[in-house]
Design a binder for this molecule. Structure first.
Ligand SMILES: C[S@@+](CC[C@H](N)C(=O)[O-])C[C@H]1O[C@@H](n2cnc3c(N)ncnc32)[C@H](O)[C@@H]1O
Length: 214
């Protein structure tokens, strides 16, 4: 898998959310990061290196609802804007991704924005995805872009959301997400947070109706 490019190949994205300004550094050229071997082995593409449209929507919901002491896990964090925003509100945040480079750049972006975010390597497709911990709030932005992600993500939510906890998933309405929502509604109560304008990414809240897995 490709690593973080040298500083000269990074650009800074200035993001204003609510009352907070964040500087997120990202690779300038996504295509330069594509690695044929990594794609052959697990269809890895460097999606972590871009800021996707649902991330600001999720970050704003977190800024409205979390505060000091709240524990949050982000899945598929990429550049981790929601994690950085929640950490700015004082939350105790863990950000996870399967791409080591995303976690490497996270350390730099957290320091740049004056916050601490705990990195966690977590691959939704790895057997028993690598954590025994559970969180009252598990969040993700723009992770439903491939049909195969849906069932894997539901299994990860089952293992990582604490009893009585919630998951918030932000999505811009991608077609592969539809199957995920039908499957999710079998076991979770789903509603939309806030009042997103038509066509804008929505943040959906999932609350478990049954008991979590072991
Ligand atoms: C479309 S990007 C969204 C990134 C970020 N959440 C955002 O909205 O800007 C999808 C993210 O999910 C991560 N991802 C994809 N497959 C994964 C897997 N099997 N396990 C963990 N993370 C994965 C990618 O590395 C990438 O960071």
């Amino acid at each position: 898998m490709s690593g973080v490019p040298p500083p000269s190949d990074l650009v800074a994205e200035h993001v204003v959310l609510r009352d907070v300004e964040l500087d997120v550094r990202r690779p300038r050229d996504l295509e330069a990061l594509v690695d044929a071997d990594a794609f052959a082995d697990g269809e890895f593409l460097p999606y972590w290196a871009a800021l996707w449209p649902s991330a600001p929507a999720l970050a704003e919901q977190l800024m409205d609802h979390v505060g000091p002491g709240d524990r949050v896990l982000e899945l598929g964090c990429g550049l981790a804007l929601p994690s950085l925003a929640a950490a700015r509100r004082g939350a105790d945040v863990t950000a996870s991704d399967w791409a080591p480079a995303a976690l490497e750049l996270l350390a730099d972006n957290a320091e740049r924005n004056g916050v601490r975010v705990e990195p966690l390597r977590l691959d939704w497709f790895a057997a028993g995805a690598a954590t025994d911990d559970r969180w009252p709030l598990v969040v993700a932005a723009d992770v439903l872009y491939e049909a195969r992600n849906g069932p894997a993500l539901l299994a990860v939510l089952d293992r990582t959301v604490a009893p009585g906890g919630e998951a918030w998933i932000a999505d811009p309405g991608r077609r592969p997400a539809r199957a995920f929502w039908s499957l999710a509604r079998e076991r979770w109560t789903v509603d939309v947070l806030g009042d997103p304008p038509s066509g804008a990414p929505a943040v959906r809240r999932l609350r478990r109706r049954d008991r979590p897995a072991g």
